[in-house]
Structure formats: C-alpha cells, structure tokens
Design a protein around this ligand. Sequence first.
Ligand code: NI
Length: 163
Amino acid sequence: MGIRKITEYPESVLGAVGKPVEEFDDELKKLCDDMFETMYDDEGVGLAAPQIGLSLRLFVMDCEGIKLVAANPEIVETSGEQSGPEGCLSLAKVPAVLERPEFARLKAQDLNGEWFEKEAEGYAARCFLHETDHCDGKLFIDHLPRMRREMVVKKFKKEKKLR
Ligand code: NI
C-alpha cells in the first residue's frame, strides 16, 4: 500500500487505547514497512499505528540512531528530567515545550514476536515515551496545561487551513 494517510487530531482513534498485536506475520511486516515509509515521507522520527487510523499497540521509530519496530510497547523504567520541544505528525508538528524523563527503558516485541528491551536518553527517550503514549490513546498535548494545549490546537488548525 505504501504511504498511508496520517490521522489527525481530533479523530477518535487517536484517543483510543490500542488493541494488542497478536499476529507476527507477513501482514505485520508489510504494515510496518508502510509505517516507516509514511514516517519518512512526513519527515517524522516516530509513527504509531493509531496515526494511520489503526487502533493497535504498535509503533515504528528512527531517531538518533535507534531504528526499531515496537509491538505491545511498555515503558518499564524512567529517570531524570528533560525539557524541550516536542511535536506530532497528527498535529502538523506544531511544537510545544514539554518536560519528560531524560532516560527511558522500553520493553516491546519485535516483528518476530520476540520481547526485547532498549534504553534511550534525550530525544530518543522522548520518542519512546511519545509513541508509547499513542498506543495508550494519549497525545503529547494531553500532558500540557489547558492554556498551552489550546494554543497548540489553535496553531494546528491555522496550519491546516494553510495547507
Ligand atoms: Ni505523535
């Protein structure tokens, strides 16, 4: 299928908890190929299944040298703190400064269903957290105070009209 259409805020699938990935077959591999293609096309560093309209606990990422597929992701450890800009392809990459842990350990299954753990710091850790949130039906703006959340949504709507 190739490049998929990005689901944008406020589509309901973005707010739904994804279903677990259960089949580790060729169909899943093809889906992940499409997700990588879609992510690169939009110059993103991560993309979760709900962002292409599929309520599944699955994401792909390629960020600061960490390229992976994560099925059924969980954040099993975090520490420290970082503050920096974050954006989302489902909100036209409108950035907002958001505090996140500096370090995160991800536990997930790969394309063969094998469980693995991976550690990241800084921007890549932010990516683990952001994409895992998508699988839980959460957007980065859900972490922002109301005023700042509304600001991002306002800018996003303006951005959409310009496209
Ligand atoms: Ni996102």
